[in-house]
Ligand binder design. Sequence first.
Ligand code: HEM
Length: 450
Amino acid sequence: MAVKYLKSAEEIPGSYGLPYFGEAIELFKEQQCFHLRRFNRYGPVYKTKIFNTKIACFVSPEANQRILKDEADKFSSRQVWKFIEPLLGNGIIFQDGVKHERSRKIMYPAFHGQAIAVYFEIVRNTVENFLAKWQHKKNIFLFNDLRQLNLIIGCQLFFGAQAESEVEKLNQWFSDLVEGIRTVVRWDIPLTKFGRARIARGKIEEFLSSIIARRRKENNSEKLEDVLDLLINSTDEEGDILSDSEIINEAIGLLYLAHENIAKMLCWVLFELAGNPDWLSKLRQEQSEIISKDRLQFLHLKNLTKIEWFLKEVERIYPSLYTIPRAVVEDFECEGYVIPKNWFVIVSPLLTHRSPLIYKNPDKFDPLRFAPPRQEDKKHPFALIGFGGGIHQCLGFELAQMEIKIILSMILKHYNWEISPKYGEIAPALQATKKIEEQMTIDVFPHSLT
Ligand code: HEM
C-alpha cells in the first residue's frame, strides 16, 4: 500500500506579513485583489496571516464541498465571528453543531414554500411606494438607497412594523448597528461608532421584547403574518420553541444579513444592465410576455427564467462574500497538508467562480452560460456558492430571489437609468480594490412599456 506523506500547514506557499498585523492592512486596502493576487502567484492552496490568525485558503469546488458540507463538523463558524457577537448576538449563522441544527429546523419554515408567498404582497407594495419616489430624486446613492429599501421591507416582514415612525426608528438603529460592525475601533463608549451601535442594539432589543410579549399574550397561532409570528410559533420535531432572547438574536441577525446582501447584489444587477443593452431588452421582452401590463403577481416570478440566468451571472461575478471563513476545531487534511486546530480555513466564492475549469471565459459576463444545454454551474454542486453551501447555506435564498425579482421588475417597468462610474471604467470588476458598489450613483428617467 502506498504511504501517504502529509506536509505541515506551515509548508503551504504564501506569506505571513508583518508582526502582529500579519497581512491585515493589505487585505483591508486591497479587497478582491488580495486573494486574486495570491491565487495567481501560489495557485489553489495558499496561506496568509490576519492579525494573529494563520489561514489556509483552498480554491476548488471539491474543497468547498468538504469544508462547507462533508467535513463541516471539523470547523466552527462561531469562533470566526465571535468578535461581532456583542452587536449581532449568537444567531444561527454564528452557531455550530447541535444548536445550529436545531435553529435551522425551527427557522426553515419561515423562509420556504408557503411563507414566501405570504410575504409577496408586503414586498411588492413597499417596493412600489419606495421606487415611485425615485422619479423626484437625482444622483441617488444606489447602495444606501437600496439598503434602506431592504431595511424597510425587512422591518415589515420580520417584525410587522407598519407605522412609518417605527420603520424610521428601526432604520436609524440598524444603520448605527451596521456602522459598528464595520468599524475596526471597538471601544464601547457612546461617542464611538461601536458604542453607538451597542446603544442601538439595546434599543432594538427593547423594541422587539415588547412586540414579542404582545404577540405571546395575543397567543394567536392562526395568524402567521410575519417572520416574528413564525419564529414565535415554530417548533422542532421535539416540540422545542425558541426563547425570547433567541428570537431577538435571530431577528437582528436576519435583518442584517438580508438588507446588506440584497442591496449589494442589486447594485451589480443594475450596473451590468446599464452596460449590456442587449440583456436589458431581453429582460424587458421576457417581462412584457409574462407580466404584460398587469400588476406583478407571485405566480409570475417563477417564469422569469432569463432574469434567473442574469442573477446567477451577477452572483458568479460579484459574490457578496468574496470568502467564507471557518475556524478549524479538528485537524483537517486537504491537498496533502494537515491544517491544525486554531488555524482558519477559507473557501472563496470569488475565485471558485472565476475558475476556467468550471466556467468558459470566466471573466466574461455571459448569463447564457446558465441556460440549457450549457448550465456550466451543474458541473459540480459547489461550483456556484454566492449563497454559500452545505450546512450554513443561505436560509434566505428564496426570499432574496423574490425581493430582487420584484425590485428589478419594477425598475425595468418604470425606469431607464444611468450609473456612475460608467460601465467601461470598471467592468469586469475583477481587479477592484474598493467596494465600488458603495459609491455608485444612479439617475433614473421614466420608461413606459410598449
Ligand atoms: C443577495 C442576497 C444574499 C446573499 C448573497 C446571501 C449570502 C449568504 C451566504 C454566502 C451565506 C453563508 C455564510 C456562511 O456559510 O458562513 C448565507 C447564510 C445565511 N443567510 Fe444569506 N444571503 C442573502 C440574503 C439573505 C436573506 C434575504 C436572508 C433572510 C432571511 C438571509 C439569511 C441567511 C441566514 C439565516 C444564513 C445562515 C444560515 C445558517 O447558518 O445555517 N440571507 N447567506
